[in-house]
Design a protein around this ligand. Structure first.
Ligand SMILES: Cc1cc2nc3c(=O)[nH]c(=O)nc-3n(C[C@H](O)[C@H](O)[C@H](O)COP(=O)(O)O)c2cc1C
Length: 201
């Protein structure tokens, strides 16, 4: 008999993440959808940074960035990613590991169009993760792309989404005396059946 009840209950881990995130939207001060995203460089040295999770699909998680950035290059090279969400207000975390693919079709275009004009132009102006000699240079680049692209810029070809298809999702919730609850969902690959195990804290 499973003791996976309450906030851990359900047959669809994406549904559980959606439910935890929607709870966090009411309790977190800022960016409840922030994830600490990990990639590895060509030597296997890990790298982590925050990004915003923009979609929880039926079978994947999606965020947006510059493909030429450090993360963009590392994710493209390895095809793998991990991320963690931590909500201090709920004392819960979700950990995800999986395979990565780009979302650079109509869905990326639609998300790009949904952003403010300044953000859309900023995506054109920023050669993300490359050295920059001064803020003045960046603002000059913003002025240049604004003159060039006007008020309806197309999505830059170097900017779009990454879709993470998980092979592992772990739900963690704080318990009394550090006896936390952990449930790890694993599957052989996207589309395969999930196996669920309770883990020691
Ligand atoms: C709360 C928060 C949210 C962020 N969201 C994004 C994001 O959605 N996309 C992005 O490219 N960078 C985002 N950033 C900036 C990244 O953390 C990082 O500085 C940038 O993407 C460059 O990372 P890289 O050099 O490893 O590629 C965010 C930073 C913070 C603190």
């Amino acid at each position: 008999m499973s003791d996976r009840t309450g906030i851990f209950a359900g047959d669809d881990p994406f549904e559980i993440v959606r439910s935890w995130l929607s709870e966090a939207e009411t309790t977190e001060t800022n960016d409840p959808n922030a994830i600490a995203l990990a990639s590895v460089d060509e030597d296997g040295l890990p790298n982590a940074r925050m990004v915003l999770l923009k979609d929880i699909e039926a079978d994947a998680f999606v965020f947006y960035t510059n493909y030429g950035s450090t993360k963009g290059r590392e994710l493209t090279a390895s095809g793998k990613a991990a991320f963690v969400m931590h909500w201090k207000s709920l004392r819960r975390q979700v950990r995800v590991r999986g395979l990565v693919e780009r979302e650079e079709g109509p869905q990326a275009d639609a998300y790009y169009r949904s952003r403010s004009l300044k953000s859309r132009l900023g995506a054109w102006a920023s050669d993300q993760s490359q050295p920059l000699d001064s803020r003045t240079t960046l603002m000059a680049e913003v002025a240049r792309v604004t003159a060039k692209h006007g008020t309806a810029p197309a999505r830059p070809p170097f900017w779009g989404g990454f879709r993470i298809r998980p092979v592992e999702i772990e739900f963690w919730a704080d318990g009394a005396f550090r006896l936390h609850d952990r449930f790890r969902w694993t599957r052989a690959g996207p589309g395969a059946d999930w196996q669920i195990a309770r883990l020691n804290p």
